[in-house]
Write a protein that binds this ligand. Structure first.
Ligand code: NDP
Length: 475
């Protein structure tokens, strides 16, 4: 009976994950979808704690450990989520993803220890007593989970600027050797009759960790979004292996959903960046190229005053706003929405052009603008936006840089070369708001700022937008 109720809990969990994921695809339903999936997850967790029984009819009894872990995790997670600044959200998401990978690796390590003790592996080899399928599941969860954990920690450091891109000649060969070593040791652990199989397993875990670090360290500039999505899918796959190990259906469903969603996102990101996955993983992008591209731009730029910008915007027929990471840094999404409403009251058509990798996490600009209640109909995806620029009078770029950098089309030495960009120059006039001439995430100069159609409007996006709103009221 208990088992049937537990199965129902798992079905509820799995269904809510699918519903939640579906609802997450639209900003209007995303919050509710998240809550529904979290509710389903809670039911599945509580069901497991109170209703799970082993084959010999034993339930879980170590409640002190379980609830201590749950409470500590819940307190840290809630505080971190409440305290985090909106701008630090991408790095926190990366860190949380890494924690998922670490959990999956730990589950595999616990199961390894279980098998080690049960079959006295200090006297027998794994191959003698455990089917290969079972060992494969344990080691795959351990390896993928460790890679995801290590890679996500490096991605966290890169997103908050603490870790710089690092690459050296022949790094890809070194990475392949490390990966070969990981698989080699994993295989050796299964077949060896060494009395220290557990040490070999530990070496597998550690070398997978080193591979995770080395794999993400050289990924530079515009390729980070692809790697972040890939790490997401790794965590999902590692969790699914955990589900196999414990025959836990809800963990399996959750893992498969995250793995599949992450893989789809990776493919979409690759498409958006116009790169093949292989190109991102073994291509040579990074700081070295960024410097060579940075040195090439020369010339002078022209500035525009607030007053003139307000006049141009107020008398335009159509204005396209290009939001970027700087808009999130300035937390200017609400005032941006106000500017949009003021312009519309003056009969100006306003749209937002959304680049798929603008900001620092997939969908960053959509989330940011949804928070300010900007209507979803106003957000144009890149291809559509590039069509609309032709008929726009003014393009107002707010804290975006790499996603409008023409070097992506014209400079083969640029680390963002090949990435489709928002082709803002098709409009009659381009106004760029940022605080200085400093580069964006990819670390390269932007020739757009020096082009004849472009005018620079310097200042923090929030302050500038506030002043623009005031000025436009008087036009
Ligand atoms: P960028 O990082 O290229 O540029 C942001 C610009 O915002 C900077 O040039 C900065 O200039 C300006 N800025 C910062 N703070 C403010 C402020 N308070 N007010 C006004 N401007 C400000 O951002 P994009 O969105 O154009 O491009 C995203 C980049 O991040 C791409 O290279 C992408 O590959 C990468 N990336 C994206 C991820 C994703 O999943 N979306 C994940 C990881 C990386 P200044 O300092 O002069 O003000």
């Amino acid at each position: 009976m208990q088992l049937h109720i537990l199965t129902i809990c798992y079905i509820i969990g799995s269904v809510t994950f699918i519903l939640g994921l579906k609802m997450l695809s639209n900003p209007l339903t995303a919050r509710k979808g998240n809550l529904i999936a979290a509710g389903g997850m809670t039911i599945a967790i509580l069901g497991t704690i109170f209703l799970y029984e082993t084959e010999d009819g034993q339930g879980l009894h170590n409640y002190l450990w379980i609830f201590s872990g749950l409470i500590i995790g819940a307190v840290i997670g809630t505080l971190a989520a409440k305290k985090v600044k909106m701008t630090a959200m991408p790095e926190m998401v990366s860190l949380f993803n890494g924690m998922g990978g670490a959990c999956a690796a730990l589950i595999s390590a616990v199961e390894f220890d279980h098998v080690y003790r049960e079959y006295r592996l200090d006297m027998n080899s794994f191959a003698d007593v455990v089917p290969f399928g079972h060992y494969f599941t344990i080691s795959a969860g351990a390896i993928i989970g460790s890679v995801s954990f290590a890679g996500s920690v490096i991605a966290w450091g890169k997103l908050n600027g603490r870790i710089k891109d690092f690459s050296f000649n022949g790094q890809h060969i070194v990475n392949l050797i490390i990966l070969g070593f990981v698989f080699g040791v994993a295989g050796f652990t299964y077949w060896t009759s060494s009395s220290v199989t557990n040490i070999w397993f530990l070496i597998t875990l550690l070398s997978a960790f080193v591979y995770g670090v080395m794999f993400v360290l050289p990924i530079g500039g515009a390729d980070m979004p692809v790697v972040i999505s890939l790490l997401n899918s790794f965590t999902g796959v590692a969790a699914a292996f955990g589900g196999f190990l414990y025959n836990n259906k809800v963990m399996l469903t959750g893992g498969i959903l995250v793995g599949a969603a992450g893989t789809l996102l990776t493919m979409l990101m690759c498409k958006a960046m116009n790169r093949s996955l292989q190109n991102v993983l073994i291509g040579s992008f990074g700081a070295k190229n960024a410097k060579s591209a940075a040195a090439t731009t020369q010339g002078s730029y022209k500035e525009i005053s607030l007053n003139d910008t307000a006049t141009c915007l107020a008398y335009a027929n159509k204005v396209m706003i290009v939001p970027g990471y700087g808009l999130a840094v300035a937390q200017a999404q609400h005032i941006c929405h106000e500017l949009e409403k003021n312009l519309e009251e003056k009969g100006v058509q306003v749209f937002y052009a959304i680049h798929p990798v603008a900001g620092r996490m997939p969908g960053h600009m959509n989330v940011l603008l949804a928070e300010a209640d900007v209507s979803y109909d106003k957000l144009l995806e890149m291809e559509h936006a590039n069509e609309e620029f032709k008929t726009a009078d003014v393009v107002l770029i707010l804290g975006a840089n790499d996603v409008v950098n023409p070097a992506a089309k014209s400079d083969p030495s640029s680390p963002i070369y090949g990435m489709p960009i928002l082709e803002v120059e098709q409009a009659k006039m381009v106004v760029v708001n940022k605080r200085s001439m400093k580069p964006g995430y990819a670390g390269i100069e932007n020739d757009l700022f020096f082009r004849p159609k472009t005018s620079m409007l310097f200042g923090d996006a929030k302050k500038v937008l506030q002043q623009l709103v005031n000025e436009i009221k008087n036009v």
